[in-house]
Write a protein that binds this ligand. Structure first.
Ligand code: NDP
Length: 509
């Protein structure tokens, strides 16, 4: 029914497709693709060293594709060991001759400039991010790009206030930062790494993931537009072994890595015994705990956002749902209903909720773990949605009847797959939530403030969200316990990771 101007009710027009029993809306959304004609992706990208795009030496390149269409987007240079050396040398020169000598207030001006340019070019960045990573445009437009700009704004504010940020310390920049980032939030991870490094007075060499280098190279354009001195930001592309060459380089003073626990451990071993400062942001298997007094509909939205945001390719994804037994049945029913409304498909479509998995390799990993879940006896539920013919898509999935020993409850799937488990008491929830080698994030849903405090202090997780999930803010530190890594990014903690913080009077000043 609809309300007329006079306050009378009349039947809704048939074209609205509303059913009287509140059933599924029987019509399809019209396609609403974001325009791509304002975006220019070059056919080839060189390495970005000393403010110039240069071919690798020897010349070599690899292909970058759109995971939603499997079409080629560009070729990018494949760096060699000699290129790593060139990039680090450029960063060292820039550190010694310009960047470390600039007052913080001058560094801040550059960072503010970058932040503003990111805002001005946000539409372009969002489209390129979506085309290259497969994430829905509404997420790159509303989350990734605004948050990336926010990080530059935030750290710009600290650049000239380091002494106030760390009282009784003598904050000093470290030198050259080597930064290796993953494919799930390519621009945002770049911002998490580059903004605090530059604010603290370091120069950087960044290696993006091989499947998602395009927004990093678009960012190189921003570096030019902001007129940063040459060598302050260098970006090189190449396989994992090039990442290893970079972090091992003797002229590197600081290493920051986000990615798999396996590679994180290799990097930790490689830099052990050196003077390099290291932060590792690795995998996760977050518990999202819902008590029976939680507002259920709100919790359902939080659970959906927790695991299906960015196709579940999120290190802090709420991939293990713990439902209190007394609400398990109604919650499951609501969850399945909500899952059935998620729209999977063209990431460039503004109505898409779940886009493409980032690569064929990642899709194979998700499929393998889902198969393991079925074979181990868990019960699978997937909505009956049509997947595109091409591209790396996977249906949003949930498993019930999951036991703690199942691989789907233990291993990071990094896909749109939720394992549902149950508990009776807060103590049982805590024990089960902590029963994982990871410790990155967690969520608690309850109306009781005292219970929130109890749960938060008992859970071994770097970030615990209460009555929300996947909230990010540049002012807030983020990082893990156990195999989720060490060190913090974001906030003052993230700034400190790029500084030597010797107590006052001991740094020779
Ligand atoms: P990786 O850890 O392999 O990749 C992350 C970054 O590290 C990429 O830039 C990668 O380069 C680089 N890299 C790879 N090998 C090395 C190495 N030996 N030395 C230095 N750098 C290296 O993650 P994957 O892409 O292989 O994903 C595998 C799994 O890792 C996922 O399924 C997921 O479970 C987890 N993961 C977790 C992330 C998180 O945010 N915590 C992010 C990404 C993945 P290149 O792309 O060229 O291989």
């Amino acid at each position: 029914m609809t309300l007329t101007k006079k306050g009378e009710t009349k039947p809704a027009p048939a074209s609205w497709g509303l059913t009287t029993r509140g059933g599924n809306v029987p019509w399809e959304y019209a396609p609403a693709p974001e325009a791509t004609d304002h975006v220019q992706i070059r056919s080839e990208y060189g390495l970005f060293i000393d403010n110039e795009f240069r071919p690798s030496r020897p010349r070599a390149s690899f292909e970058v594709i759109n995971p939603a269409t499997e079409e080629r987007l560009a070729r990018v240079a494949r760096a060699s060991k000699a290129d790593v050396n060139r990039a680090v040398t450029a960063a060292r020169r820039a550190y010694d001759t310009t960047w470390s000598r600039l007052p913080g207030s001058e560094r801040a001006k550059y960072l503010y400039r970058i932040a503003r340019i990111l805002q001005e070019r946000s539409r372009e960045f969002a489209v390129v991010e979506t085309m290259n990573s497969g994430k829905p445009i509404k997420e790159s437009r509303d989350v990734d790009v605004p948050l990336a700009a926010a990080h530059f704004f935030y750290y710009a504010g600290w650049a000239d206030k380091l002494d106030y940020a760390f009282p009784n310390r003598e904050p000093r920049s470290l030198g050259v930062a080597a930064q290796v980032i993953p494919w799930n939030f390519p621009l945002l991870m770049l911002a998490w790494k580059i903004a605090p490094a530059l604010a603290a007075g370091n120069t950087v060499v960044l290696k993006p993931a091989s499947t998602t280098p395009l927004t990093a190279y678009l960012f190189a354009d921003v570096v030019l537009q902001a007129e940063l001195p040459p060598g302050v930001v260098n970006i090189i592309t190449g396989p994992g072994e090039i990442g290893m060459e970079l972090v091992k380089h003797p002229e590197v003073d600081k290493v920051a890595f986000t990615g798999s626990t396996q590679v994180g451990k290799m990097i930790a071993r490689a830099v052990a015994g050196s003077r390099k400062k290291l932060t590792l942001e690795l995998g996760g298997k977050a518990a999202n705990i819902v008590f029976d007094d939680a507002p259920l509909d709100q919790a359902i939205e939080g659970i959906i956002n927790g695991i299906y945001f960015n196709q579940g390719e999120v290190c802090c994804a709420g991939s293990r749902l713990f439902a209190q037994e007394s609400v398990y049945e109604p919650m499951l029913e609501k969850l399945k209903d909500r899952l059935s409304t998620l729209r999977v498909g063209d990431p460039l479509d503004k109505n898409t909720d779940v886009g493409a998995i980032n690569s064929a390799g990642q899709l194979a990993k998700v499929e393998e773990l889902v198969q393991a879940g079925i074979e181990e006896g868990a019960e699978i539920f997937q909505p009956d949605c049509q997947l595109p013919d091409r591209g790396f898509f996977f249906r949003p999935t949930l498993f019930t009847g999951v036991s703690q020993s199942h691989r789907i409850a233990q291993e990071e799937i990094f896909g749109p797959v939720l394992s549902v488990l149950t508990f009776r008491t807060p103590e049982e929830a805590i024990e089960k939530a902590n029963n994982t080698p990871y410790g990155l994030s967690a969520g608690v849903w309850t109306e009781k403030g005292s219970r929130i405090f109890k749960m938060v202090s008992a859970m071994r997780a770097g970030v615990v969200w209460a009555n929300t999930f996947n909230r990010f803010d540049p002012t807030s530190p983020f990082g893990g316990y156990k195999e989720s890594g060490y060190g913090r990014e974001g906030g003052i903690h993230g700034l400190g990771a790029y500084l030597d913080l010797a107590p006052s009077g001991t740094n020779g000043r």
